[in-house]
Design a protein around this ligand. Structure first.
Ligand SMILES: [Zn+2]
Ligand SMILES: [Zn+2]
Length: 286
């Protein structure tokens, strides 16, 4: 029988209390405020038709990011059903059965599930534990997480373009406060991330890089499986073979497994009707 440590209410309370989550929301609010009320207002003016149109588009991107963020942070990423038992016939020997048993939860794990040391439980199709949402990214919230990162990336790039337009197309008094603030923030970010003063920030930038990589390569592998696959690819290349991840079903099916079969619902983080119980996954025949 599985041991569960804390229910959804406890998980939600932990999420709210997380400093990283508060910091993420604060950055989101700061970027929104600066983009609209500092850069855009100075560049076009919020009262002009062009300024209002840009303001509406930025607001939409930020609102969509925030909604997906809440969905990813508050959702249960995927609990292993208490009734789950591995198919002993399908398992290739005792060794595989043994590797599917979690000593900490005292239960068997379905394929692609992993034990999260932070959440202290096994998570279905666990990708990684994300400190920014203070939650695991797993089977049930993977879509919301991907949409959140996608919307945040689009919103950030849009914001950066508005900042550049204001900086390059308008006359500036370089003694003004916001230019000074931008320089100070840029120096701090460089110190934290590039100089490596805050390793956790650097590590979690990998989250962003990984999500973009997932969207680009779309081979249906998780972050954990990607690390395992690196060695398998190297071995296959060495023996003159082509490596293909066993859960890679081809681009179209991989996208549908994450975002759903209906293209109109791809950007809706709550449209997860295509998800099943997360204990079985189709594998490639190759
Ligand atoms: Zn476990
Ligand atoms: Zn976790």
């Amino acid at each position: 029988m599985a041991r569960r440590r804390g229910g959804p209410a406890a998980a939600a309370a932990t999420t709210v209390a997380s400093l990283a989550v508060v910091a993420t929301l604060a950055v989101m609010a700061l970027v929104y405020y600066a983009t609209l009320f500092v850069f855009l207002d100075h560049w076009l003016g919020l009262g002009t038709p062009a300024g209002a149109a840009h303001a509406a588009a930025v607001s939409l991107a930020v609102a969509a990011s925030f909604f997906a963020f809440v969905c990813a942070a508050a959702a249960d990423p995927g609990s292993v059903p208490a009734s789950f038992a591995p198919d002993a016939e399908a398992a290739q020997g005792q060794q595989e059965l043994k590797s599917r048993y979690c000593d900490k939860c005292c239960m068997f794990k379905p394929p692609r599930s992993h034990h999260c040391k932070v959440c202290k439980r096994c998570v279905l199709k666990m990708d990684h534990h994300c400190v920014w949402i203070n939650n695991c990214v797993g089977y049930a919230n993977y879509k919301a997480f991907i949409i959140c990162v996608l919307n945040a990336t689009i919103g950030s790039l849009y914001s950066f373009v508005i900042f550049l337009c204001d900086l390059l197309l308008k006359e500036h008094d370089f003694d003004i406060l916001y230019v000074k603030i931008v320089y100070v923030l840029a120096a701090e970010i460089k110190s934290c991330i590039i100089d490596g003063n805050v390793p956790i920030l650097r590590k979690n930038l990998l989250d962003l890089g990984w999500c973009i990589a997932v969207l680009l390569k779309l081979d249906n592998s998780s972050f954990n499986q990607y690390r395992e696959a690196v060695r398998a690819k190297w071995l296959a290349k060495k023996s003159g073979q082509k490596y293909r991840h066993r859960f890679d079903l081809g681009m179209r099916k991989n996208i549908q497994m994450i975002l759903g079969p209906n293209i109109l619902c791809w950007l809706c983080p709550t449209a997860t009707g295509h998800l099943k119980d997360g204990t079985e996954f189709q594998i490639t025949n190759n």
